[in-house]
Design a protein around this ligand. Sequence first.
Ligand SMILES: *Cc1c(COP(=O)(O)O)cnc(C)c1O
Length: 350
Amino acid sequence: MNYPQIEINLKKVKENAMTLLEDCRRAGIESIFLVSKVLAGDKRVVESLMDVGFSHLADSRIENLIAFSRYQIPKILLRLPMISEAEVVVNYTDISLNSEMSVIQALNQEAKVQNKIHNIILMFDLGDLREGIFYQDDYLDLVGEVLTLSHIKLFGIGTNLTCYGGIIPTKENLSELIKIKNRIEDAFSIKLNIISGGNSSTLHLFPDIPEGINNLRIGEALFLGRETAYGKILPGMHSDCFILKAELIEVKDKPSYPIGIIGMDSFGNIPEIEDCGLMRRGILAIGKQDIILDNLFPLDDSYTIIGGSSDHLLVNLKKEYKVGDHLSFGINYPGLLQLMTSPYVKKKYF
Ligand SMILES: *Cc1c(COP(=O)(O)O)cnc(C)c1O
C-alpha cells in the first residue's frame, strides 16, 4: 500500500528555507513566519525546518498547531479565530490574527481564565477584500478598545493580499500599512512589534520592500520555490520539492472518442472529448477524491492527462508503459494541499 505516493524532498525544502531567510534578511525583513498550512499537520517537514531560523510557526487551522505543539517555537493562528474556538486558541497559540472586536473580547476572557496574555496582530484590508479592517474605515476607536483589555497585547498589524481579489502588493498599497502603523503609534504612544507585509506574493518586490515592513508570512515560496504575484520561480530555489507518483492499473489500446450517446460524466458535467483516433490509454490509481486533476502536471512528455473520475486518472501513453509502472507529476499549491490532506496518499521522505 505505497501508492499513490507523494515524494517529499526534505533537503530541498530546507535549502529553500535557507535561501528565503537569507533573501529576507538582505531586504531588511526581521522575522519570517513559517506558514505550514499546506502540510496539513505533517510533522516530519516541520521538524526538519525547526533549526533554520523562522521566528514563528503559523497555520490557518488550530488542529495543525495542536499537532505541532511539541515544537518549541511560538505559534500563530492565521485564520481569524472562531469565537467558539477561543479556548483552544489561547491554550495552543501565542498569537492570532484578528479583525473583530467580539472575537478579541472572547480571547481576552479566555486568557483571563487561563491566566495568560494572548497576543494579537490586527489585520487591515488594503483592497484584496478578504480579511481585515478596511483601511479607509476609522479604526482608532477599535484599537483604543483593544488597548484597554487586560489580557490582550497588541503585538502588531498586518495585511493579506493576492488571496481573494488577486491584488498585487506594491509600494503604494503597502505604504498604506505604514501609514496605519504611524497613526496607531502616534495616537496611543505605543510601539508595534510586527508590521506584517503579506505572504509569498510580496516577495516579487525584493529587495525593495517599503521601509517599516519588518515581517512576512511565507508558505508557497518556501515549499514550491516561487513568488505568487506573477508565479515566477525565485532565484536559487527548488520548485520540485514535492512529486506525486501514481501506479498504472490498466493499459489498453482504445478509441479516444466514446461510443454511444453522450450524457453526463460521473461529476455531472457533459464531457467534451476530441476524437484523435486510436490511443494507448492508461489508468492511474488516483482520482478527484485526492486531487483536482487540473492541479497535476506530467513530469515527462511521454504521457498527458485525458481526464478522470473520483478514483481514476486517465492518461494518454506515448511510450511503452505497463501495468504496475509509476508515473510522476508535479503539483501546484492547491494540489499539494489536497494531496497532503488525503489520507489515501502515502508520504515518502528523502
Ligand atoms: C496562507 C496565508 C499566508 C501564506 O501565504 P503563501 O502564499 O502560502 O505564502 C499568509 N498569511 C495568511 C493570513 C494566510 O492565510
